[in-house]
Design a protein around this ligand. Structure first.
Ligand SMILES: *Cc1c(COP(=O)(O)O)cnc(C)c1O
Length: 462
């Protein structure tokens, strides 16, 4: 089979998968042993026909695919993929551009430049900020905090890129229990270490309490400090008081970083954007394209309001680079060298939705999260733990014998196994809860109704 026929056939496989989302189980049904039995063949000595390889791949992974692109997937914060983004992503693979520097792919470099500018306008980030398209919010934190590390240590006369961290003033991070684990790992990768991270107490709405921030900064005025704030935490979708926290942090020469992996996207909604008031005063921001914007993986986004610090932290000259005036080499801003031209899918998604379309997607997801949480919470034996302020909420299930945690886990397992919808569990303030997260453009009212009905049936059965 020639290349053209193979790719046409593969398109059919992809379209069949998309068609199947309406009826295939949302859960993966295969056990690890079944997947190994299907996939772990003797490594072939000689190659096989590509169409055989692809047909068998499609067949053998099918039951091991989680239905994350389905409209009834409400686990973690995953998002689906917009049609324009899938199409652009297919082309990205086909074009096989290396988006390391302009000379490697002029189109990829220019499209990133444009998408970066559009994103700053869309997300309420100052137009003078630098940016980087990276693999995910994890690497966006790493990129932004590398800039923070450079800036704070340069202020103290320490050139961290040259001298490393041994002997440098120790950096600390002030954040709260609502921070995401990826922030901890970013700090670790940058040599800051878990022990340098101080979790300040939150109020009842999961927001940083400012007096603790003020005290922590005043107690150790000379310690280089990064204050990490949350724009939409994973469980309650909480937003820290940005304006006040930035004022306090900046009065104490601290750097402010905002984790807005999905929450930063409420900037697009006239109804919700006040949650981000003051966020534009931060020094850096991290978010994702692959969550709420519904891009394919991988798509993380970092922004830094001190471009020289950002560039100094990441840029690396090399004799074989081709320097061209008046263009942006991505390698000066990202932690990677060879990289996927992830700007194409981003650009396509932004154009296909437009400003109004993105706002509508964000508000629709929030409305559906609200319907899901209140709908499930109204069922006998269910309880709302957090009503969504944006697209995240929590519920739990009450047991006659008082083992609410056990019953909540059982209900989650049963829903997952039903294949009708998929919710995940978490421990929140010492209670087991079921997370309800809506971030897929595909989720419609019928999906929400079916999900609530599936929970109702399970509560009757168990
Ligand atoms: C998902 C998430 C992250 C990590 O993002 P990745 O793209 O998975 O690296 C960080 N912070 C928050 C709040 C998240 O929801």
């Amino acid at each position: 089979m020639n290349e053209t026929s193979l790719l046409r056939r593969t398109t059919d496989h992809a379209l069949a998968f998309i068609d199947s989302l309406a009826h295939r189980p949302v859960c993966a049904t295969a056990a690890p042993a079944e997947l190994r039995a299907a996939l772990d063949r003797p490594f072939p000595e000689t190659g096989l026909a590509p169409e055989q390889v692809i047909d068998e791949l499609v067949r053998d992974v099918s039951t091991g695919l989680l239905g994350t692109p389905s409209g009834r997937f409400f686990g973690w914060v995953i998002g689906g993929t917009l049609p324009a983004a899938i199409a652009a992503d297919w082309l990205t693979s086909t074009w096989d551009q290396n988006a390391a520097i302009y000379a490697c792919s002029p189109a990829a470099a220019i499209i990133e430049e444009i998408a970066g500018r559009w994103l700053k306008q869309l997300l309420g980030i100052p137009s003078s900020a630098s940016f980087a398209l990276v693999t995910g919010c994890q690497m966006a934190h790493t990129t932004a905090l590398a800039a923070a590390r450079h800036h704070l240590l340069a202020d103290r006369g320490w050139d961290v890129e040259r001298r490393g961290l041994a002997g440098a003033p120790a950096i600390r991070i002030l954040t709260t229990a609502a921070r995401h684990e990826t922030l901890i790992r970013a700090a670790r990768l940058l040599g800051i270490g878990d022990a340098a991270i101080c979790l300040l107490p939150c109020d009842d709405a999961e927001r940083m309490q400012l007096p603790y921030l003020e005290d922590a900064l005043r107690e150790c005025p000379n310690v280089p400090t990064i204050v990490c704030l949350q724009a939409g935490d994973l469980h309650a979708g909480a937003f820290d008081p940005f304006a006040e926290a930035c004022a306090i942090a900046h009065a104490n020469a601290a750097w402010v970083h905002i984790d807005g992996a999905f929450g930063l996207w409420v900037a697009t909604s006239p109804r919700l954007r006040s949650l981000l008031a003051g966020a534009e005063r931060a020094d850096s921001w991290a978010t994702d394209g692959h969550k709420w914007l519904n891009l394919p993986y991988d798509s993380g986004l970092a922004f830094v309001s001190h471009p020289p610090a950002h560039r100094a932290a990441l840029s690396q000259p090399a004799s074989y680079r081709i320097e061209i005036d008046d263009v942006r080499d991505q390698a000066d801003w990202t932690p990677e060298w060879s990289r996927r031209a992830r700007g194409f899918a981003l650009y396509a998604a932004l154009r296909s939705l437009g400003r109004a379309g993105i706002a509508e997607l964000v508000e629709r997801c929030c409305a559906q999260a609200h319907r899901l949480v209140t709908g499930i919470g109204a069922l006998p034996g269910a309880e709302v733990v957090v009503t969504p302020q944006i697209n995240q909420g929590l519920v739990r299930f009450l047991a006659d014998d008082g083992d609410h945690d056990g019953r909540t886990d059982t209900v989650i397992e049963r829903i997952q196994a039903s294949g009708i919808a998929w919710f995940g569990g978490a421990t929140w303030h010492d209670k087991r809860v079921m997370r309800v997260s809506v971030s897929n453009w595909r989720t419609n009212d019928n999906d929400v109704d079916r999900a609530i009905e599936s929970v109702r049936m399970i509560l009757v059965e168990i």
